[in-house]
Design a protein around this ligand. Structure first.
Ligand SMILES: C[S@@+](CC[C@H](N)C(=O)[O-])C[C@H]1O[C@@H](n2cnc3c(N)ncnc32)[C@H](O)[C@@H]1O
Length: 275
């Protein structure tokens, strides 16, 4: 297959389409990335080069091509117990607090927004089973959402490669929670069934969501423009229960974007609470 060199107009069209559909900001400096990500998608769909693929997307000849283009430009990088500190804060501070606060309702709702292939929400599920077995009788809702159908299908399947389980997952938790299936590790049903996954594009209409005690919105705002970050944070606030907390990625903050949040430093971890 010949890889085309895209014209500035085509690059600009790709950037606009991706921004309109996902809020991800791209520009001409990302030409190499755009070509590297779109070449395999063009090939999989039987096109001779990226240009032909883009013409087909524009003409809407085949359903789903535009979504494939947008999803190809997302970054799905994730890992089990990513950054570790948020999970320490859950164990040491937040779960004990919620156990007291929600003792009457016996409910706990956690949202992993932009959940990618599920490692984040499954880490929370394993963590709960490991340290808060007494919450097994509670109504626990662990909700993972993402823009990408493909990545959500992977999250639901809950099958991970050796490389994926080697990243961040302590060996005792691997042995306890997974079973080997050929070259892959499959999460046991009792853990997998703790989480549900739904498609949710952060810049589109959201499905009905419960009030969450904890929101993980990590490593996604970083791709968006400040105005989009502000709008999303404002919507996130509305699905947060009183005293709920928000975790952002290590390079992200609410500072300068949303004054309704205050930054809380707890040991080595940082989270945000509504003032
Ligand atoms: C880098 S991953 C972060 C995964 C996980 N939260 C973590 O920190 O490990 C970013 C995810 O954001 C998703 N994403 C990008 N734009 C989105 C949007 N507009 N709405 C919902 N999800 C989006 C991508 O599909 C991708 O799975």
């Amino acid at each position: 297959m010949t890889t085309s060199t895209l014209t500035p107009d085509t690059i600009s069209w790709v950037c606009t389409t991706v921004r309109d559909r996902s809020a991800i900001e791209l520009d001409v400096s990302k030409t190499y990335l755009i070509e590297a990500r779109l070449a395999p998608v063009a090939k999989q769909n039987g096109f001779a080069n990226i240009d032909e693929f883009i013409q087909a997307v524009k003409s809407k000849r085949k359903l789903g091509l535009e979504s494939q283009l947008v999803e190809a430009m997302t970054t799905n990088e994730t890992s089990f117990f990513r950054d570790l500190h948020p999970f320490e804060a859950l164990r040491k501070t937040l779960f004990p607090e919620i156990k007291t606060r929600n003792a009457a309702t016996k409910s706990l709702n956690i949202w992993s927004a932009a959940c990618s292939s599920g490692q984040e929400i499954y880490s929370i599920a394993m963590h709960l089973r490991e340290h808060f077995a007494d919450l097994a009788s509670w109504k626990v809702q662990l909700v993972g959402t993402d823009l990408s159908d493909d990545i959500l299908a992977r999250a639901k399947a809950a099958k991970f490669s050796q490389i994926e389980v080697n990243r961040g997952l302590p060996a005792p938790l691997l042995v306890k929670n997974f079973q080997r299936q050929g070259m892959q590790w499959e999460l046991k049903p009792e853990v997998r069934n703790m989480a549900t996954f739904t498609k949710l594009n952060l810049i589109e209409r959201w499905p009905l969501l419960p009030q969450f005690d904890i929101v993980f919105l990590r490593n996604v705002l970083i791709y968006f423009a400040p105005e989009t970050k502000k709008a999303i944070l404002e919507r996130v606030r509305k699905v947060m229960a009183p005293k709920a907390v928000l975790f952002l990625g290590a390079a992200e903050t609410t500072m300068g974007l949303d004054a309704a949040f205050e930054r809380v430093q707890s040991d080595n971890s940082v989270f945000y609470r509504l003032k």
